[in-house]
Ligand binder design. Structure first.
Ligand SMILES: [Ca+2]
Ligand SMILES: [Ca+2]
Length: 166
């Protein structure tokens, strides 16, 4: 059955209202502005932060690691849509890991992974991003929130991020 455009808009709004409970637009976190590698929030090893990434407002983090260390970013989902995508670059700008799908979900999403980068899913909504930090220097993590082709309100993701080295 074909619905009228008005019916579709009303249905879409009704479906979208619950995701707006956290506020529309979604409030930013206390770590902003950190939208670019130049304004990245510096992480302290083992000290969790609890950001919210909003669609079109990435969160960038930086931490020094290496040489010859394993850098681990651990993400726990605290709420909202969780359509994240990650990118990690090393001291010389090389990309270790990058989700390059623009839309929500990892099905069919083949990330750009260089040797030394690996993403593992933990349970239903946890993530561990492991980077082999061969070179000493700053490693930059960018966390994007993706959307669907037709979402009306910006998606967002609240998460707890902890970086460790070993
Ligand atoms: Ca943020
Ligand atoms: Ca941001």
């Amino acid at each position: 059955m074909v619905k009228s455009p008005t019916a579709l808009i009303v249905a879409g709004l009704a479906l979208s209202l619950p995701i707006c409970m956290g506020g529309c637009p979604r409030p930013e976190d206390a770590l902003e502005p950190n939208d670019t590698p130049e304004t990245a929030t510096r992480l302290i090893e083992g000290m969790p932060v609890e950001p919210r990434t909003v669609q079109d407002n990435p969160d960038c983090f930086v931490i020094a690691a290496g040489p010859a260390q394993t850098l681990v970013f651990t993400f726990e989902t605290l709420g909202e849509e969780d359509c994240n995508s990650f990118k990690v670059t090393g001291p010389d700008g090389a990309t270790f890991y990058e989700d390059d799908n623009n839309y929500c979900g990892r099905i069919g999403d083949i990330p750009v992974v260089q040797p030394g980068g690996q993403l593992d899913l933990v349970g239903e909504d946890g993530y561990v991003l492991t980077i082999h930090a061969e070179s000493a220097g700053d490693y930059v993590l960018t966390v994007h929130e993706r959307g669907q082709a037709d979402n009306i309100f910006d998606y967002s993701w609240r998460y707890r991020l902890t970086a460790t080295t070993k």
